[in-house]
Design a binder for this molecule. Structure first.
Ligand code: HEM
Length: 319
Protein backbone atom coordinates (compact mmCIF):
# COMPACT_ATOMS: atom_id res chain seq x y z
CA UNK A 1 0.00 0.00 0.00
CA UNK A 2 1.27 3.44 -0.91
CA UNK A 3 -0.92 6.22 0.43
CA UNK A 4 1.05 8.90 -1.39
CA UNK A 5 0.29 7.67 -4.90
CA UNK A 6 -3.15 6.37 -4.05
CA UNK A 7 -2.12 3.04 -5.55
CA UNK A 8 -3.67 1.13 -2.66
CA UNK A 9 -7.15 2.03 -3.85
CA UNK A 10 -6.90 0.12 -7.12
CA UNK A 11 -4.13 -2.47 -6.66
CA UNK A 12 -4.60 -6.00 -5.41
CA UNK A 13 -2.04 -8.49 -4.16
CA UNK A 14 -1.44 -11.15 -6.87
CA UNK A 15 -1.47 -14.04 -4.38
CA UNK A 16 -4.80 -12.75 -3.02
CA UNK A 17 -6.18 -12.63 -6.57
CA UNK A 18 -5.22 -16.24 -7.29
CA UNK A 19 -6.45 -17.43 -3.87
CA UNK A 20 -9.75 -15.64 -4.45
CA UNK A 21 -10.10 -17.10 -7.96
CA UNK A 22 -9.74 -20.54 -6.33
CA UNK A 23 -12.18 -19.70 -3.53
CA UNK A 24 -14.85 -18.34 -5.87
CA UNK A 25 -14.52 -20.31 -9.10
CA UNK A 26 -12.97 -23.54 -7.81
CA UNK A 27 -9.62 -25.29 -7.77
CA UNK A 28 -8.73 -28.23 -10.02
CA UNK A 29 -5.27 -29.54 -9.17
CA UNK A 30 -2.83 -29.46 -12.06
CA UNK A 31 -4.92 -27.09 -14.17
CA UNK A 32 -4.91 -23.38 -14.99
CA UNK A 33 -6.84 -21.26 -12.45
CA UNK A 34 -8.62 -19.85 -15.47
CA UNK A 35 -8.78 -21.16 -19.02
CA UNK A 36 -8.41 -24.76 -17.82
CA UNK A 37 -10.34 -26.53 -20.58
CA UNK A 38 -8.26 -25.88 -23.64
CA UNK A 39 -6.22 -27.25 -26.48
CA UNK A 40 -2.87 -26.38 -28.03
CA UNK A 41 -2.71 -25.50 -31.70
CA UNK A 42 -0.17 -24.06 -34.08
CA UNK A 43 -0.49 -21.31 -36.60
CA UNK A 44 1.31 -19.02 -38.97
CA UNK A 45 1.07 -15.24 -39.08
CA UNK A 46 1.86 -12.96 -42.02
CA UNK A 47 2.00 -9.22 -41.35
CA UNK A 48 0.72 -6.53 -43.70
CA UNK A 49 2.37 -3.42 -45.16
CA UNK A 50 -0.08 -1.27 -43.15
CA UNK A 51 1.26 -2.93 -40.00
CA UNK A 52 4.85 -2.23 -41.06
CA UNK A 53 3.98 1.47 -41.37
CA UNK A 54 2.68 1.49 -37.77
CA UNK A 55 5.22 -0.71 -36.02
CA UNK A 56 8.75 -1.94 -36.42
CA UNK A 57 7.86 -5.24 -34.67
CA UNK A 58 9.42 -8.15 -36.54
CA UNK A 59 6.05 -9.94 -36.37
CA UNK A 60 4.99 -7.68 -39.22
CA UNK A 61 7.96 -8.36 -41.55
CA UNK A 62 5.69 -10.05 -44.08
CA UNK A 63 7.55 -13.34 -43.65
CA UNK A 64 5.48 -16.13 -42.06
CA UNK A 65 5.95 -16.18 -38.27
CA UNK A 66 5.23 -19.38 -36.29
CA UNK A 67 2.60 -18.91 -33.57
CA UNK A 68 1.80 -21.20 -30.65
CA UNK A 69 -1.96 -21.03 -30.07
CA UNK A 70 -4.19 -22.11 -27.20
CA UNK A 71 -7.98 -22.09 -27.44
CA UNK A 72 -9.87 -22.40 -24.17
CA UNK A 73 -13.02 -21.90 -22.14
CA UNK A 74 -12.81 -19.58 -19.19
CA UNK A 75 -12.74 -20.86 -15.61
CA UNK A 76 -10.78 -23.49 -13.66
CA UNK A 77 -12.81 -26.58 -14.62
CA UNK A 78 -11.14 -28.82 -17.24
CA UNK A 79 -14.51 -30.54 -17.80
CA UNK A 80 -16.69 -27.44 -18.22
CA UNK A 81 -19.43 -27.84 -20.87
CA UNK A 82 -18.79 -26.32 -24.32
CA UNK A 83 -22.39 -25.74 -25.29
CA UNK A 84 -23.16 -22.78 -23.06
CA UNK A 85 -22.90 -19.03 -23.50
CA UNK A 86 -19.81 -17.32 -22.16
CA UNK A 87 -16.17 -16.57 -22.62
CA UNK A 88 -13.85 -18.35 -25.02
CA UNK A 89 -10.18 -17.52 -25.31
CA UNK A 90 -7.45 -17.47 -27.93
CA UNK A 91 -3.99 -17.12 -26.39
CA UNK A 92 -1.03 -16.60 -28.72
CA UNK A 93 2.74 -16.81 -28.57
CA UNK A 94 4.44 -15.34 -31.63
CA UNK A 95 7.93 -16.88 -31.92
CA UNK A 96 9.91 -14.10 -33.55
CA UNK A 97 13.43 -14.06 -35.01
CA UNK A 98 16.25 -13.96 -32.49
CA UNK A 99 14.24 -15.65 -29.73
CA UNK A 100 11.96 -12.66 -29.23
CA UNK A 101 8.37 -13.49 -28.19
CA UNK A 102 5.00 -11.74 -28.21
CA UNK A 103 2.43 -13.21 -25.84
CA UNK A 104 -1.25 -12.37 -25.63
CA UNK A 105 -4.41 -13.77 -24.04
CA UNK A 106 -7.39 -12.63 -26.12
CA UNK A 107 -11.02 -13.15 -25.11
CA UNK A 108 -14.37 -13.31 -26.91
CA UNK A 109 -15.58 -10.05 -25.38
CA UNK A 110 -14.58 -6.43 -26.01
CA UNK A 111 -14.44 -5.79 -22.25
CA UNK A 112 -13.14 -7.49 -19.09
CA UNK A 113 -15.22 -7.93 -15.92
CA UNK A 114 -13.49 -5.23 -13.88
CA UNK A 115 -11.66 -1.96 -14.38
CA UNK A 116 -9.04 -2.35 -11.64
CA UNK A 117 -7.42 -5.29 -9.85
CA UNK A 118 -9.08 -4.26 -6.57
CA UNK A 119 -12.46 -4.17 -8.27
CA UNK A 120 -11.85 -7.65 -9.73
CA UNK A 121 -10.92 -8.94 -6.28
CA UNK A 122 -14.04 -7.34 -4.78
CA UNK A 123 -16.26 -8.79 -7.48
CA UNK A 124 -14.81 -12.28 -6.92
CA UNK A 125 -15.28 -11.90 -3.15
CA UNK A 126 -18.91 -10.90 -3.67
CA UNK A 127 -19.48 -14.00 -5.81
CA UNK A 128 -17.93 -16.47 -3.34
CA UNK A 129 -20.46 -19.05 -2.16
CA UNK A 130 -21.86 -18.66 1.33
CA UNK A 131 -20.85 -21.82 3.25
CA UNK A 132 -24.41 -22.25 4.57
CA UNK A 133 -26.30 -22.01 1.27
CA UNK A 134 -23.41 -23.02 -1.06
CA UNK A 135 -24.51 -20.10 -3.24
CA UNK A 136 -23.41 -16.47 -3.48
CA UNK A 137 -25.43 -14.14 -1.27
CA UNK A 138 -27.62 -12.19 -3.76
CA UNK A 139 -27.68 -9.09 -1.55
CA UNK A 140 -23.89 -9.00 -1.37
CA UNK A 141 -23.56 -9.55 -5.13
CA UNK A 142 -26.03 -6.74 -5.82
CA UNK A 143 -24.47 -4.32 -3.35
CA UNK A 144 -21.04 -4.71 -4.95
CA UNK A 145 -22.37 -4.47 -8.50
CA UNK A 146 -24.47 -1.41 -7.67
CA UNK A 147 -21.37 0.33 -6.36
CA UNK A 148 -19.21 -0.97 -9.28
CA UNK A 149 -21.43 -1.07 -12.36
CA UNK A 150 -18.51 -1.84 -14.71
CA UNK A 151 -18.45 -5.43 -13.40
CA UNK A 152 -21.75 -6.18 -15.18
CA UNK A 153 -20.73 -5.10 -18.69
CA UNK A 154 -18.99 -8.31 -19.70
CA UNK A 155 -21.86 -10.55 -18.57
CA UNK A 156 -24.31 -8.36 -20.50
CA UNK A 157 -22.18 -8.76 -23.62
CA UNK A 158 -22.11 -12.57 -23.33
CA UNK A 159 -25.87 -12.68 -22.68
CA UNK A 160 -26.39 -10.74 -25.94
CA UNK A 161 -24.41 -13.29 -27.99
CA UNK A 162 -25.36 -16.79 -29.15
CA UNK A 163 -23.53 -19.90 -27.93
CA UNK A 164 -20.28 -20.12 -29.90
CA UNK A 165 -20.46 -22.68 -32.71
CA UNK A 166 -16.69 -22.86 -33.15
CA UNK A 167 -13.43 -21.64 -31.68
CA UNK A 168 -12.73 -20.59 -35.28
CA UNK A 169 -15.92 -18.50 -35.48
CA UNK A 170 -15.44 -15.88 -32.78
CA UNK A 171 -14.01 -12.41 -32.45
CA UNK A 172 -11.19 -12.36 -29.88
CA UNK A 173 -10.35 -8.97 -28.37
CA UNK A 174 -7.11 -7.93 -26.72
CA UNK A 175 -9.27 -5.65 -24.51
CA UNK A 176 -6.32 -3.47 -23.37
CA UNK A 177 -4.82 -0.56 -25.26
CA UNK A 178 -1.39 -0.98 -26.83
CA UNK A 179 0.92 1.40 -28.68
CA UNK A 180 2.53 0.55 -32.02
CA UNK A 181 5.86 2.28 -32.57
CA UNK A 182 7.46 2.59 -36.01
CA UNK A 183 11.04 3.15 -37.13
CA UNK A 184 10.51 6.95 -36.98
CA UNK A 185 9.61 6.63 -33.30
CA UNK A 186 5.94 7.52 -33.81
CA UNK A 187 3.52 5.61 -31.57
CA UNK A 188 -0.07 4.88 -32.63
CA UNK A 189 -2.47 3.76 -29.88
CA UNK A 190 -5.30 1.33 -30.36
CA UNK A 191 -7.08 -1.85 -29.32
CA UNK A 192 -6.92 -5.06 -31.32
CA UNK A 193 -9.38 -7.75 -32.29
CA UNK A 194 -8.84 -11.03 -34.16
CA UNK A 195 -11.79 -11.46 -36.50
CA UNK A 196 -12.57 -14.85 -38.08
CA UNK A 197 -12.16 -14.81 -41.86
CA UNK A 198 -15.26 -17.00 -42.25
CA UNK A 199 -17.35 -14.76 -40.00
CA UNK A 200 -18.81 -15.23 -36.51
CA UNK A 201 -20.61 -18.59 -36.05
CA UNK A 202 -23.33 -18.96 -33.41
CA UNK A 203 -25.80 -21.63 -32.31
CA UNK A 204 -29.40 -21.36 -31.24
CA UNK A 205 -30.09 -22.70 -27.74
CA UNK A 206 -31.65 -25.85 -29.26
CA UNK A 207 -28.69 -26.43 -31.56
CA UNK A 208 -26.32 -25.95 -28.65
CA UNK A 209 -28.17 -28.53 -26.57
CA UNK A 210 -27.97 -31.03 -29.43
CA UNK A 211 -24.19 -30.59 -29.79
CA UNK A 212 -23.51 -31.91 -26.28
CA UNK A 213 -20.94 -30.75 -23.76
CA UNK A 214 -17.75 -31.51 -25.74
CA UNK A 215 -18.00 -30.51 -29.37
CA UNK A 216 -15.67 -27.53 -29.72
CA UNK A 217 -12.38 -29.41 -30.00
CA UNK A 218 -13.56 -31.83 -32.71
CA UNK A 219 -15.10 -28.90 -34.56
CA UNK A 220 -11.75 -27.07 -34.44
CA UNK A 221 -9.87 -30.12 -35.77
CA UNK A 222 -12.30 -30.46 -38.67
CA UNK A 223 -12.10 -26.80 -39.62
CA UNK A 224 -8.32 -26.69 -39.40
CA UNK A 225 -8.04 -29.82 -41.55
CA UNK A 226 -10.33 -28.22 -44.13
CA UNK A 227 -8.25 -25.03 -44.06
CA UNK A 228 -11.11 -22.99 -42.59
CA UNK A 229 -9.57 -21.51 -39.47
CA UNK A 230 -8.01 -18.10 -39.94
CA UNK A 231 -8.27 -14.67 -38.34
CA UNK A 232 -7.54 -11.13 -39.44
CA UNK A 233 -5.51 -9.31 -36.79
CA UNK A 234 -7.17 -5.89 -36.80
CA UNK A 235 -6.23 -2.76 -34.88
CA UNK A 236 -8.86 -0.16 -34.06
CA UNK A 237 -7.13 3.18 -33.85
CA UNK A 238 -7.80 5.45 -30.87
CA UNK A 239 -8.80 9.05 -31.62
CA UNK A 240 -7.69 11.95 -29.42
CA UNK A 241 -9.62 11.81 -26.15
CA UNK A 242 -10.43 8.08 -26.36
CA UNK A 243 -9.62 6.07 -23.26
CA UNK A 244 -7.08 3.36 -23.92
CA UNK A 245 -6.30 2.63 -20.26
CA UNK A 246 -9.58 0.94 -19.33
CA UNK A 247 -10.45 -2.75 -19.83
CA UNK A 248 -14.14 -1.96 -19.37
CA UNK A 249 -14.28 0.89 -21.92
CA UNK A 250 -14.15 -0.20 -25.57
CA UNK A 251 -13.20 2.36 -28.19
CA UNK A 252 -16.26 4.15 -29.58
CA UNK A 253 -17.91 2.38 -32.54
CA UNK A 254 -16.70 3.32 -36.00
CA UNK A 255 -13.02 3.97 -35.30
CA UNK A 256 -10.65 3.36 -38.22
CA UNK A 257 -9.60 -0.27 -38.40
CA UNK A 258 -6.27 -1.37 -39.84
CA UNK A 259 -5.57 -5.00 -40.76
CA UNK A 260 -2.18 -5.89 -39.31
CA UNK A 261 -2.04 -9.32 -40.92
CA UNK A 262 -3.59 -12.77 -41.01
CA UNK A 263 -3.22 -15.67 -38.58
CA UNK A 264 -3.92 -19.11 -40.07
CA UNK A 265 -4.36 -22.07 -37.72
CA UNK A 266 -2.45 -25.00 -39.23
CA UNK A 267 -2.66 -27.87 -36.71
CA UNK A 268 -4.25 -28.91 -33.42
CA UNK A 269 -2.49 -31.01 -30.75
CA UNK A 270 -4.03 -34.13 -29.19
CA UNK A 271 -6.16 -33.38 -26.11
CA UNK A 272 -4.09 -32.59 -23.03
CA UNK A 273 -0.83 -32.49 -24.97
CA UNK A 274 1.33 -30.03 -26.85
CA UNK A 275 3.77 -27.23 -26.14
CA UNK A 276 1.21 -24.84 -24.62
CA UNK A 277 0.28 -27.09 -21.69
CA UNK A 278 3.04 -25.94 -19.33
CA UNK A 279 3.42 -22.33 -20.52
CA UNK A 280 1.57 -19.22 -19.47
CA UNK A 281 0.51 -16.42 -21.79
CA UNK A 282 1.52 -13.36 -19.79
CA UNK A 283 0.33 -10.43 -21.89
CA UNK A 284 3.17 -8.14 -20.86
CA UNK A 285 5.72 -10.04 -22.95
CA UNK A 286 5.80 -7.66 -25.91
CA UNK A 287 8.14 -7.37 -28.89
CA UNK A 288 10.18 -4.29 -29.73
CA UNK A 289 7.76 -2.00 -31.58
CA UNK A 290 4.75 -2.62 -29.31
CA UNK A 291 4.23 -0.97 -25.91
CA UNK A 292 1.69 -1.47 -23.11
CA UNK A 293 -0.85 1.18 -22.11
CA UNK A 294 -1.32 2.26 -18.50
CA UNK A 295 -4.36 -0.02 -18.06
CA UNK A 296 -4.06 -1.22 -14.42
CA UNK A 297 -5.63 -4.59 -15.26
CA UNK A 298 -2.97 -5.23 -17.89
CA UNK A 299 -0.20 -4.47 -15.42
CA UNK A 300 -1.84 -6.77 -12.86
CA UNK A 301 -1.96 -9.87 -15.07
CA UNK A 302 1.67 -11.01 -15.19
CA UNK A 303 2.13 -12.01 -11.54
CA UNK A 304 -1.09 -14.06 -11.08
CA UNK A 305 -0.36 -15.98 -14.31
CA UNK A 306 3.07 -16.95 -13.00
CA UNK A 307 1.59 -17.96 -9.62
CA UNK A 308 -1.12 -20.09 -11.26
CA UNK A 309 1.47 -21.68 -13.52
CA UNK A 310 3.75 -22.49 -10.59
CA UNK A 311 0.90 -24.01 -8.55
CA UNK A 312 -0.36 -26.22 -11.37
CA UNK A 313 3.13 -27.42 -12.35
CA UNK A 314 3.88 -28.32 -8.73
CA UNK A 315 0.55 -30.14 -8.41
CA UNK A 316 1.24 -32.09 -11.59
CA UNK A 317 4.75 -33.00 -10.45
CA UNK A 318 3.36 -34.25 -7.11
CA UNK A 319 0.83 -36.60 -8.75
C1 HEM B 1 -6.46 -8.85 -12.79
C2 HEM B 1 -7.14 -9.49 -13.71
C3 HEM B 1 -6.87 -10.92 -14.12
C4 HEM B 1 -6.45 -11.97 -13.37
C5 HEM B 1 -6.14 -12.00 -11.89
C6 HEM B 1 -6.34 -13.11 -14.26
C7 HEM B 1 -5.92 -14.37 -13.87
C8 HEM B 1 -5.66 -15.42 -14.73
C9 HEM B 1 -5.02 -16.66 -14.36
C10 HEM B 1 -4.52 -17.00 -12.97
C11 HEM B 1 -4.92 -17.44 -15.48
C12 HEM B 1 -4.27 -18.82 -15.59
C13 HEM B 1 -2.79 -18.64 -15.92
C14 HEM B 1 -2.02 -19.94 -16.09
O1 HEM B 1 -2.08 -20.82 -15.22
O2 HEM B 1 -1.29 -20.08 -17.11
C15 HEM B 1 -5.55 -16.70 -16.54
C16 HEM B 1 -5.68 -17.15 -17.84
C17 HEM B 1 -6.18 -16.39 -18.88
N1 HEM B 1 -6.60 -15.09 -18.83
FE1 HEM B 1 -6.65 -13.91 -17.21
N2 HEM B 1 -6.69 -12.73 -15.53
C18 HEM B 1 -7.03 -11.40 -15.49
C19 HEM B 1 -7.43 -10.62 -16.55
C20 HEM B 1 -7.57 -11.06 -17.84
C21 HEM B 1 -7.95 -10.23 -18.96
C22 HEM B 1 -8.24 -8.74 -18.89
C23 HEM B 1 -7.97 -11.04 -20.05
C24 HEM B 1 -8.24 -10.71 -21.49
C25 HEM B 1 -8.06 -9.55 -22.04
C26 HEM B 1 -7.59 -12.37 -19.63
C27 HEM B 1 -7.45 -13.46 -20.46
C28 HEM B 1 -6.98 -14.69 -20.09
C29 HEM B 1 -6.78 -15.79 -21.00
C30 HEM B 1 -7.06 -15.78 -22.50
C31 HEM B 1 -6.30 -16.87 -20.24
C32 HEM B 1 -5.96 -18.27 -20.73
C33 HEM B 1 -4.57 -18.29 -21.28
C34 HEM B 1 -4.14 -19.69 -21.65
O3 HEM B 1 -4.74 -20.32 -22.54
O4 HEM B 1 -3.16 -20.14 -21.05
N3 HEM B 1 -7.36 -12.34 -18.29
N4 HEM B 1 -5.97 -15.48 -16.08
Amino acid sequence: PDGQTGAAATDADPVALVNQLEATTGKFAGHRRSGAKGVCAAGSFVGSSQARALSSASAFSGQPVPVLVRFSLTGPNPNAPDNTKGQRNMALQFDLPGGEQWLMGNISSPVFGAETPAQFLGRLQSLQADPATKKPDPARVKAFADANPQVLLQGKYFASQPVAASFAGLNYWGVHGFGFTNAQGQTTWGKWVFEPVGGVLGLSDEEAKARGANFLFDDLRQRVQAGHAAFDFNLELAAPGDRIDSATTPLPAGRTKVTLGRLTITSVSPDGAGPCVDTNFSPLVLPRGVVASADPILAARAAPYAISQQRRLEERAAK
